[in-house]
Design a protein around this ligand. Structure first.
Ligand code: HEC
Length: 111
């Protein structure tokens, strides 16, 4: 029993350190999440140039309206949803949402 406990403590510690060890892995994570969950509507380039996006009236992430939103507002929209934008608060962690906000900004700058 106590053996099991210490193993899970070690694994837990190791996992806890991964996010700090490699920022680029995190950025790739956000790109992967975005492709899997967001690109259907927002498009791989964030311009919303998809049939779903056009139907729902998504905004181009590079538009000044989106870029002028604060990080916390964008995070809020991803977490809670807005009109036809689905809420992801139960599916994604706060850290994932934060990374996605950064990714959305990056897309908005055309990178
Ligand atoms: C089913 C289509 C759909 C999916 C999937 C989707 N969105 Fe959206 N999203 C929208 C729509 C529509 C809006 C505009 C909401 C409004 O302002 O009425 C929006 C708005 C946003 C905004 C606010 C900026 C803006 O355009 O007003 C952000 C940021 C955003 N989405 C990020 C994401 C992220 C990140 C994901 C994936 C986790 C995602 N969206 C998945 C449809 C979608």
């Amino acid at each position: 029993m106590s053996n099991n406990l210490s193993w899970s403590a070690i694994v837990g510690l190791a996992l806890a350190f991964i996010p700090f060890s490699s920022a680029s892995v995190l950025a790739q994570d956000a790109a992967g999440t975005y492709k899997a969950k967001c690109a259907v509507c927002h498009g791989a380039d964030g311009k919303g140039n998809t049939s779903m996006g056009k139907n729902m009236g998504v905004q181009d992430f590079s538009s000044s309206a989106v870029q002028q939103e604060s990080d916390s507002n964008l995070a809020q929209i991803i977490e809670k949803g807005k009109n036809k934008m689905p809420a992801y608060g139960t599916k994604l962690s706060d850290a994932q949402i934060k990374d996605l906000v950064a990714y959305v900004r990056q897309l908005g700058k055309g990178k």
